[in-house]
Write a protein that binds this ligand. Structure first.
Ligand SMILES: [Zn+2]
Length: 70
């Protein structure tokens, strides 16, 4: 288990540490995941930020997360 700052809001995100855990969505082990965008960049995001992204997010949408806190 590792922890890194969310690229959107900057909060601490616990992520699964090994490949064996990556597809385990049933538990509470991870707070977020790495989202690969259509432009080829990838961003570590918490689930709150992922929910706020549009269906086809871009790096601009990810950057906007940090300045659009509710
Ligand atoms: Zn976040």
């Amino acid at each position: 288990m590792a922890s890194s700052p969310c690229d959107g809001c900057g909060c601490d995100v616990r992520i699964a540490g090994g490949i064996a855990n990556i597809w385990t969505f049933g538990g509470d082990d991870a707070d977020g995941l790495t989202l690969e965008l259509t432009d080829g960049s990838d961003h570590l995001l918490c689930y709150d930020c992922i929910e706020r992204l549009p269906d086809d997010p871009t790096a601009t949408d990810v950057a906007a997360l940090g300045s659009d806190t509710e």
